[in-house]
Design a protein around this ligand. Sequence first.
Ligand SMILES: Cc1ncc(COP(=O)(O)O)c(C=O)c1O
Length: 393
Amino acid sequence: MPILGLTVPGPAHPPHFSLERLIRPNILSLEPYRCARDDYSEGVLLDANENAMGSVLPKKLDPVAAQTLEHVQGDLNRYPSPTHDDLKRKIAKFRGVPDEHWVFLGVGSDEVIDLLFRVLCVPGKDKVMTTPPTYGMYGVTAQVNDVGVVPVPLTADFQLDEAKMSASLAEVKILFVCSPGNPTGTVIPLDAIKRVLDNPTFTGVLVVDEAYIDFAPSGSSAASLVNEYANVCVTQTLSKSFGLAAIRLGYLLAPPPLVQILTNAKAPYNISLPTASLALSAVSDEGLAEMQRVAATLNDNRDTLIRDLRTIPRIGRVLGGNHANFILVEVLNKAGEPDVQLAMEVYKTLADSRGVVVRFRGKEPGCKGCLRITVGTEKECKLVTERLRELLQ
Ligand SMILES: Cc1ncc(COP(=O)(O)O)c(C=O)c1O
């Protein structure tokens, strides 16, 4: 059965992959919801039961609302565009995929991840593969959707364990690879990703989660592979390098057949007008230049933070590749060993009595006794270093 609404073909490689065979049959045959606005967006709009009188917002707005409205182009009493093609075109251009047919927008990448489960995995039957230590939402979303998880831990240096993965690849519909990883901060080389994509036992889709890609060296992104391979897609977000976590805008770069399937299954107006307007400003030439400047500053702060933390005797190794806006450090006991209990105590005391909140990751595979510390402003980095020094003295 063809994919409804598909107008642009995707890559034909690799030959062993068929999206049509992978998609849940009920999704493949789905007649998508259509609104009059899909066909007409101008004129006297009496099609969507909106409020013709306008919005009830008072003249004096709270500061965040006022700041948001400075960017909003359009009327708040109207439903937003179901497609936001202008935003997709901008994203396609700066991330290096051909056009808007290769971009799907979600309410954060978390919504994109959830939708991928819903279109690909039959509840109670299908499975996905994760590579711990990794982002927790893959497991949570799997459970919400009643989908099994096959965890294949990363190697000690936080790379894909290709031999172990190979044994179970045939069983899974989605493989989640986080690059740079959370909490590892380690980039997975494109060659390793390509080897999985070309492995004929893998008939599923490989999702590369690149939430932190703008903090990594250039050339690290798997976005280029989306143009070549039918069985890969890349999630990215405005929540990290763009500093816009509050607006909830994530996106998937994927071949048009997968984008079309997700579009057929999504809620009609999932991306709000304020979010799309702010996102458009963020990905303007000016916004992109600012994003790069800020990411470079945070990378400098990260290097300083690592250098300063290394002067604290009870802070152990800084693990992983340090290619994200966080670091992963061991807390050592008196014997000089990473200590889960001590890391937990430090985490709690830091938050409860020193006003600094970091993340305890000490029980994750390969992260024994570790804390994950987000790279903050210069002042925040100095503060967390001082507080840790006091506590671990
Ligand atoms: C690896 C990874 N992917 C995705 C997300 C979620 O991103 P978003 O804010 O776009 O939903 C996070 C958030 O921390 C993350 O660490």
